[in-house]
Design a binder for this molecule. Structure first.
Ligand SMILES: [Zn+2]
Length: 65
């Protein structure tokens, strides 16, 4: 993965979310913050599938200009 690629997790896209948080950064940075956030604020269970579930909901930002 390109280290400069920035992704965004938008909590408003989570079905049960009463939350408007967005987290932006590299994929690893976002997942590091998003995982405990999803567990603490959205009641997700910490398991191996959670990261993959979060990863699939990330939006990629184009760096072309
Ligand atoms: Zn949230």
């Amino acid at each position: 993965m390109d280290r400069k690629e920035r992704v965004t997790m938008d909590c408003r896209t989570m079905p049960e979310a009463n939350c408007s948080l967005t987290i932006s950064g590299t994929e690893d940075e976002v997942l590091e913050v998003a995982e405990p956030h999803a567990i603490n604020k959205h009641g997700y269970k910490k398991d191996a599938g959670l990261r993959e579930q979060l990863r699939s909901s990330l939006k990629r930002e184009s760096l072309t200009r």
